[in-house]
Design a protein around this ligand. Structure first.
Ligand SMILES: Cc1cc2nc3c(=O)[nH]c(=O)nc-3n(C[C@@H](O)[C@@H](O)[C@H](O)COP(=O)(O)OP(=O)(O)OC[C@H]3O[C@@H](n4cnc5c(N)ncnc54)[C@H](O)[C@@H]3O)c2cc1C
Length: 293
Protein backbone atom coordinates (compact mmCIF):
# COMPACT_ATOMS: atom_id res chain seq x y z
CA UNK A 1 0.00 0.00 0.00
CA UNK A 2 1.24 3.48 -0.92
CA UNK A 3 2.70 5.47 2.06
CA UNK A 4 0.88 8.64 2.97
CA UNK A 5 0.79 11.28 5.69
CA UNK A 6 -2.28 11.36 7.89
CA UNK A 7 -3.96 14.58 9.05
CA UNK A 8 -7.05 14.88 11.24
CA UNK A 9 -8.31 18.49 11.37
CA UNK A 10 -11.09 19.50 13.76
CA UNK A 11 -12.61 22.36 11.75
CA UNK A 12 -13.79 22.78 8.16
CA UNK A 13 -11.44 25.77 7.78
CA UNK A 14 -8.44 23.64 8.80
CA UNK A 15 -9.51 20.84 6.46
CA UNK A 16 -9.77 23.31 3.57
CA UNK A 17 -6.37 24.80 4.47
CA UNK A 18 -4.78 21.33 4.50
CA UNK A 19 -6.27 20.48 1.12
CA UNK A 20 -5.03 23.81 -0.27
CA UNK A 21 -1.54 23.29 1.19
CA UNK A 22 -1.17 19.93 -0.47
CA UNK A 23 -2.44 21.28 -3.78
CA UNK A 24 -4.27 18.31 -5.27
CA UNK A 25 -2.09 15.58 -3.71
CA UNK A 26 -4.42 15.15 -0.70
CA UNK A 27 -7.56 13.00 -0.45
CA UNK A 28 -10.33 13.27 2.04
CA UNK A 29 -11.26 10.29 4.17
CA UNK A 30 -14.77 10.16 5.63
CA UNK A 31 -15.64 6.53 6.46
CA UNK A 32 -12.83 5.14 4.30
CA UNK A 33 -14.95 2.26 2.96
CA UNK A 34 -14.12 3.21 -0.64
CA UNK A 35 -10.92 5.18 -0.14
CA UNK A 36 -8.86 2.61 1.76
CA UNK A 37 -9.55 -0.03 -0.88
CA UNK A 38 -8.81 2.43 -3.69
CA UNK A 39 -5.43 3.32 -2.18
CA UNK A 40 -4.66 -0.35 -1.62
CA UNK A 41 -5.51 -1.16 -5.24
CA UNK A 42 -3.41 1.76 -6.53
CA UNK A 43 -6.28 3.75 -8.00
CA UNK A 44 -5.29 6.72 -5.82
CA UNK A 45 -1.82 7.45 -4.48
CA UNK A 46 -2.32 10.52 -2.26
CA UNK A 47 0.62 12.08 -0.40
CA UNK A 48 -1.76 13.05 2.40
CA UNK A 49 -5.05 11.65 3.67
CA UNK A 50 -7.19 14.25 5.44
CA UNK A 51 -9.52 12.45 7.85
CA UNK A 52 -12.58 14.65 8.37
CA UNK A 53 -14.31 12.42 10.95
CA UNK A 54 -13.00 14.62 13.78
CA UNK A 55 -14.72 17.73 12.39
CA UNK A 56 -17.68 17.99 14.76
CA UNK A 57 -19.67 20.29 12.45
CA UNK A 58 -19.83 17.54 9.79
CA UNK A 59 -21.57 15.07 12.14
CA UNK A 60 -24.89 16.81 12.67
CA UNK A 61 -28.38 15.80 11.61
CA UNK A 62 -30.49 18.98 11.81
CA UNK A 63 -34.20 18.71 11.14
CA UNK A 64 -36.27 21.90 11.25
CA UNK A 65 -39.21 23.58 9.54
CA UNK A 66 -36.78 24.38 6.70
CA UNK A 67 -35.92 20.73 6.06
CA UNK A 68 -33.07 18.32 6.71
CA UNK A 69 -29.38 19.24 6.86
CA UNK A 70 -27.22 16.13 6.94
CA UNK A 71 -23.53 16.51 7.82
CA UNK A 72 -21.16 15.05 5.24
CA UNK A 73 -19.71 12.33 7.49
CA UNK A 74 -22.87 11.04 9.19
CA UNK A 75 -22.74 7.24 8.81
CA UNK A 76 -25.58 5.23 7.32
CA UNK A 77 -26.71 3.60 10.58
CA UNK A 78 -27.41 7.00 12.16
CA UNK A 79 -29.53 7.97 9.18
CA UNK A 80 -31.85 4.96 9.12
CA UNK A 81 -31.77 5.01 12.95
CA UNK A 82 -33.40 8.46 12.95
CA UNK A 83 -37.20 8.24 13.30
CA UNK A 84 -37.92 11.53 11.53
CA UNK A 85 -35.75 10.60 8.55
CA UNK A 86 -37.46 7.20 8.34
CA UNK A 87 -40.86 8.90 8.32
CA UNK A 88 -40.26 12.03 6.22
CA UNK A 89 -37.21 11.20 4.08
CA UNK A 90 -37.93 7.48 3.67
CA UNK A 91 -36.04 7.10 0.38
CA UNK A 92 -32.83 8.04 2.18
CA UNK A 93 -33.54 5.58 5.00
CA UNK A 94 -34.29 2.87 2.38
CA UNK A 95 -30.97 3.51 0.61
CA UNK A 96 -28.79 3.66 3.74
CA UNK A 97 -30.27 0.37 5.02
CA UNK A 98 -29.02 -1.54 1.96
CA UNK A 99 -25.50 -0.09 1.56
CA UNK A 100 -23.20 -3.02 2.38
CA UNK A 101 -23.76 -4.74 5.73
CA UNK A 102 -23.70 -3.60 9.36
CA UNK A 103 -19.92 -2.96 9.46
CA UNK A 104 -19.99 -0.85 6.29
CA UNK A 105 -23.06 1.06 7.52
CA UNK A 106 -21.28 1.94 10.75
CA UNK A 107 -18.57 3.88 8.84
CA UNK A 108 -19.85 4.68 5.34
CA UNK A 109 -21.34 8.13 4.86
CA UNK A 110 -23.85 9.36 2.30
CA UNK A 111 -21.44 12.23 1.64
CA UNK A 112 -18.71 9.72 0.76
CA UNK A 113 -21.12 7.70 -1.36
CA UNK A 114 -21.86 10.86 -3.37
CA UNK A 115 -18.23 12.08 -3.56
CA UNK A 116 -17.07 8.64 -4.70
CA UNK A 117 -19.44 9.30 -7.61
CA UNK A 118 -20.02 5.70 -8.65
CA UNK A 119 -22.84 5.33 -11.21
CA UNK A 120 -24.49 2.65 -9.01
CA UNK A 121 -24.22 4.50 -5.66
CA UNK A 122 -27.42 3.73 -3.80
CA UNK A 123 -27.93 6.92 -1.84
CA UNK A 124 -27.52 9.32 -4.79
CA UNK A 125 -30.85 8.59 -6.57
CA UNK A 126 -32.57 8.88 -3.17
CA UNK A 127 -30.96 12.29 -2.61
CA UNK A 128 -31.94 13.44 -6.10
CA UNK A 129 -35.55 12.30 -5.59
CA UNK A 130 -35.62 14.29 -2.33
CA UNK A 131 -34.33 17.42 -4.07
CA UNK A 132 -31.02 17.55 -2.15
CA UNK A 133 -28.41 20.26 -2.58
CA UNK A 134 -24.72 19.56 -2.00
CA UNK A 135 -23.04 22.21 0.19
CA UNK A 136 -19.40 22.68 -0.78
CA UNK A 137 -16.63 24.58 1.06
CA UNK A 138 -13.42 25.68 -0.63
CA UNK A 139 -10.57 28.11 -0.07
CA UNK A 140 -12.44 31.16 -1.33
CA UNK A 141 -16.06 30.22 -1.58
CA UNK A 142 -18.97 28.24 -0.18
CA UNK A 143 -21.23 26.99 -2.95
CA UNK A 144 -24.33 24.89 -3.46
CA UNK A 145 -24.89 22.36 -6.26
CA UNK A 146 -28.07 20.32 -6.88
CA UNK A 147 -27.15 16.65 -6.37
CA UNK A 148 -28.29 15.76 -9.91
CA UNK A 149 -25.52 18.04 -11.23
CA UNK A 150 -22.81 16.89 -8.79
CA UNK A 151 -21.51 13.75 -10.56
CA UNK A 152 -19.98 14.34 -13.97
CA UNK A 153 -18.83 10.81 -14.90
CA UNK A 154 -17.85 7.51 -13.27
CA UNK A 155 -15.72 8.54 -10.26
CA UNK A 156 -15.85 12.20 -11.32
CA UNK A 157 -17.67 15.19 -9.86
CA UNK A 158 -17.76 18.98 -9.67
CA UNK A 159 -15.43 19.23 -6.65
CA UNK A 160 -12.34 21.32 -7.43
CA UNK A 161 -8.96 20.69 -5.75
CA UNK A 162 -9.19 22.15 -2.25
CA UNK A 163 -12.98 21.74 -1.98
CA UNK A 164 -14.95 19.42 0.25
CA UNK A 165 -18.57 18.51 0.67
CA UNK A 166 -19.84 19.75 4.04
CA UNK A 167 -23.54 18.83 4.05
CA UNK A 168 -26.55 17.68 2.07
CA UNK A 169 -29.61 19.86 2.45
CA UNK A 170 -33.13 18.69 1.61
CA UNK A 171 -36.31 20.78 1.65
CA UNK A 172 -39.05 20.20 4.24
CA UNK A 173 -41.59 17.54 3.34
CA UNK A 174 -45.19 18.69 2.99
CA UNK A 175 -48.24 16.69 4.14
CA UNK A 176 -49.30 14.00 1.63
CA UNK A 177 -45.71 13.41 0.49
CA UNK A 178 -43.85 10.11 0.39
CA UNK A 179 -40.68 8.65 -1.09
CA UNK A 180 -38.97 5.33 -1.74
CA UNK A 181 -35.68 3.94 -3.07
CA UNK A 182 -35.13 0.38 -4.24
CA UNK A 183 -32.63 -1.49 -6.39
CA UNK A 184 -32.26 -4.74 -8.27
CA UNK A 185 -29.15 -6.78 -7.44
CA UNK A 186 -28.21 -10.24 -8.74
CA UNK A 187 -27.92 -11.72 -5.26
CA UNK A 188 -29.26 -10.79 -1.89
CA UNK A 189 -26.25 -9.12 -0.29
CA UNK A 190 -23.04 -7.24 -0.94
CA UNK A 191 -23.41 -6.44 -4.59
CA UNK A 192 -23.91 -3.22 -6.46
CA UNK A 193 -27.17 -2.20 -8.09
CA UNK A 194 -27.94 -3.44 -11.59
CA UNK A 195 -30.59 -0.72 -11.57
CA UNK A 196 -31.68 1.61 -8.77
CA UNK A 197 -34.72 3.90 -8.66
CA UNK A 198 -35.83 6.60 -6.26
CA UNK A 199 -39.14 8.44 -6.29
CA UNK A 200 -40.67 11.18 -4.24
CA UNK A 201 -44.26 12.35 -4.67
CA UNK A 202 -46.54 15.03 -3.28
CA UNK A 203 -50.26 14.26 -3.62
CA UNK A 204 -53.25 16.54 -3.15
CA UNK A 205 -55.45 16.25 -0.06
CA UNK A 206 -57.69 13.63 -1.67
CA UNK A 207 -54.65 11.42 -2.33
CA UNK A 208 -55.94 10.89 -5.87
CA UNK A 209 -53.81 13.38 -7.82
CA UNK A 210 -50.10 14.13 -8.11
CA UNK A 211 -49.13 17.68 -7.16
CA UNK A 212 -45.47 17.01 -8.04
CA UNK A 213 -42.97 14.19 -8.32
CA UNK A 214 -39.23 13.59 -8.64
CA UNK A 215 -37.83 10.36 -10.07
CA UNK A 216 -34.13 9.40 -10.20
CA UNK A 217 -32.38 6.31 -11.53
CA UNK A 218 -28.97 4.77 -10.87
CA UNK A 219 -26.59 2.25 -12.47
CA UNK A 220 -27.99 2.77 -15.98
CA UNK A 221 -25.79 5.66 -17.14
CA UNK A 222 -22.38 7.17 -16.43
CA UNK A 223 -23.91 9.07 -13.52
CA UNK A 224 -27.10 8.75 -11.46
CA UNK A 225 -29.82 10.62 -13.37
CA UNK A 226 -32.72 12.90 -12.51
CA UNK A 227 -35.61 11.75 -14.73
CA UNK A 228 -36.91 15.26 -15.25
CA UNK A 229 -39.34 14.63 -18.09
CA UNK A 230 -40.83 11.60 -16.31
CA UNK A 231 -41.21 13.68 -13.14
CA UNK A 232 -42.91 16.56 -14.97
CA UNK A 233 -45.30 14.17 -16.73
CA UNK A 234 -46.82 13.25 -13.35
CA UNK A 235 -47.46 16.76 -12.02
CA UNK A 236 -51.19 17.54 -11.95
CA UNK A 237 -52.20 14.08 -13.22
CA UNK A 238 -54.57 11.61 -11.55
CA UNK A 239 -52.70 8.83 -9.74
CA UNK A 240 -53.18 5.75 -11.89
CA UNK A 241 -51.74 3.40 -14.48
CA UNK A 242 -51.83 5.90 -17.33
CA UNK A 243 -49.64 8.48 -15.58
CA UNK A 244 -47.32 5.87 -14.10
CA UNK A 245 -46.83 4.11 -17.45
CA UNK A 246 -45.98 7.42 -19.12
CA UNK A 247 -43.38 8.07 -16.40
CA UNK A 248 -41.98 4.53 -16.81
CA UNK A 249 -41.55 5.05 -20.56
CA UNK A 250 -39.89 8.45 -20.09
CA UNK A 251 -37.51 7.02 -17.48
CA UNK A 252 -36.57 4.08 -19.72
CA UNK A 253 -35.89 6.55 -22.53
CA UNK A 254 -33.05 8.30 -20.66
CA UNK A 255 -31.36 5.07 -19.49
CA UNK A 256 -28.15 4.34 -21.43
CA UNK A 257 -26.89 1.24 -19.59
CA UNK A 258 -23.96 -1.01 -20.38
CA UNK A 259 -23.93 -4.75 -21.04
CA UNK A 260 -22.01 -6.64 -18.37
CA UNK A 261 -22.08 -9.81 -16.30
CA UNK A 262 -24.91 -8.35 -14.19
CA UNK A 263 -27.31 -7.69 -17.06
CA UNK A 264 -27.79 -6.74 -20.69
CA UNK A 265 -28.77 -3.31 -21.98
CA UNK A 266 -32.26 -4.60 -22.82
CA UNK A 267 -32.72 -6.16 -19.39
CA UNK A 268 -31.51 -3.06 -17.57
CA UNK A 269 -33.84 -0.82 -19.58
CA UNK A 270 -36.76 -3.09 -18.80
CA UNK A 271 -35.91 -3.17 -15.08
CA UNK A 272 -35.59 0.63 -15.08
CA UNK A 273 -39.28 0.84 -15.96
CA UNK A 274 -40.28 -1.85 -13.45
CA UNK A 275 -38.39 -0.21 -10.59
CA UNK A 276 -39.75 3.22 -11.49
CA UNK A 277 -43.26 1.81 -11.11
CA UNK A 278 -42.43 0.11 -7.79
CA UNK A 279 -40.68 3.20 -6.39
CA UNK A 280 -43.67 5.36 -7.35
CA UNK A 281 -46.23 2.92 -5.95
CA UNK A 282 -44.51 2.74 -2.56
CA UNK A 283 -43.99 6.52 -2.49
CA UNK A 284 -47.72 6.97 -3.22
CA UNK A 285 -48.67 4.52 -0.45
CA UNK A 286 -46.48 6.45 2.00
CA UNK A 287 -47.87 9.82 0.84
CA UNK A 288 -51.43 8.60 1.42
CA UNK A 289 -50.51 7.55 4.95
CA UNK A 290 -48.90 10.95 5.65
CA UNK A 291 -51.71 13.34 6.51
CA UNK A 292 -49.29 15.79 8.08
CA UNK A 293 -50.82 15.52 11.53
C1 LIG B 1 -18.23 -4.53 1.32
C2 LIG B 1 -18.78 -3.23 0.74
C3 LIG B 1 -20.11 -3.19 0.34
C4 LIG B 1 -20.62 -2.02 -0.22
N1 LIG B 1 -21.94 -2.00 -0.62
C5 LIG B 1 -22.44 -0.87 -1.17
C6 LIG B 1 -23.80 -0.83 -1.60
O1 LIG B 1 -24.55 -1.80 -1.47
N2 LIG B 1 -24.25 0.32 -2.17
C7 LIG B 1 -23.45 1.43 -2.33
O2 LIG B 1 -23.91 2.44 -2.83
N3 LIG B 1 -22.16 1.41 -1.92
C8 LIG B 1 -21.65 0.30 -1.35
N4 LIG B 1 -20.35 0.28 -0.95
C9 LIG B 1 -19.55 1.51 -1.09
C10 LIG B 1 -19.88 2.46 0.07
O3 LIG B 1 -19.46 1.88 1.29
C11 LIG B 1 -19.22 3.78 -0.15
O4 LIG B 1 -19.57 4.36 -1.39
C12 LIG B 1 -19.46 4.76 1.00
O5 LIG B 1 -20.78 5.25 1.06
C13 LIG B 1 -18.46 5.88 0.92
O6 LIG B 1 -18.54 6.60 2.11
P1 LIG B 1 -17.27 6.73 3.05
O7 LIG B 1 -17.69 7.66 4.15
O8 LIG B 1 -16.73 5.43 3.44
O9 LIG B 1 -16.30 7.48 2.04
P2 LIG B 1 -14.69 7.37 1.78
O10 LIG B 1 -14.34 5.99 1.42
O11 LIG B 1 -14.02 7.95 3.00
O12 LIG B 1 -14.58 8.37 0.60
C14 LIG B 1 -15.05 8.03 -0.69
C15 LIG B 1 -14.55 9.06 -1.71
O13 LIG B 1 -15.16 10.32 -1.52
C16 LIG B 1 -14.21 11.31 -1.12
N5 LIG B 1 -14.87 12.03 -0.03
C17 LIG B 1 -15.48 11.47 1.05
N6 LIG B 1 -16.09 12.42 1.78
C18 LIG B 1 -15.84 13.61 1.15
C19 LIG B 1 -16.22 14.96 1.42
N7 LIG B 1 -16.97 15.29 2.48
N8 LIG B 1 -15.81 15.92 0.56
C20 LIG B 1 -15.07 15.59 -0.54
N9 LIG B 1 -14.68 14.34 -0.84
C21 LIG B 1 -15.06 13.35 0.00
C22 LIG B 1 -12.97 10.55 -0.69
O14 LIG B 1 -11.79 11.29 -0.88
C23 LIG B 1 -13.04 9.33 -1.59
O15 LIG B 1 -12.56 9.64 -2.87
C24 LIG B 1 -19.79 -0.87 -0.37
C25 LIG B 1 -18.46 -0.91 0.05
C26 LIG B 1 -17.95 -2.08 0.59
C27 LIG B 1 -16.50 -2.11 1.03
Amino acid sequence: MHDFEYEAPTTVADAVAMLAKHNGSARILAGGTDLIDQIRMGRFAPDVVVDIKKVEALHSIDISADGLRLGAVVPCYQIYGNETICRDYSALADATKIIGGAQIQSRASVGGNLCNSGPAADSTPALIALGAQAMIAGPNVIREVPVEKFCTGPGKNVLQPGELLTALVMPARPAHSGSHYLRFIPRNEMDIAVVGAGASVVLDESGKNFVSARIAIGAVAATPLFAEEASNLLAGQPVGDEAIEAAMAATRKIATPIDDMRGTVEFRKHVTGVLTRRALEKAIERARANTGS
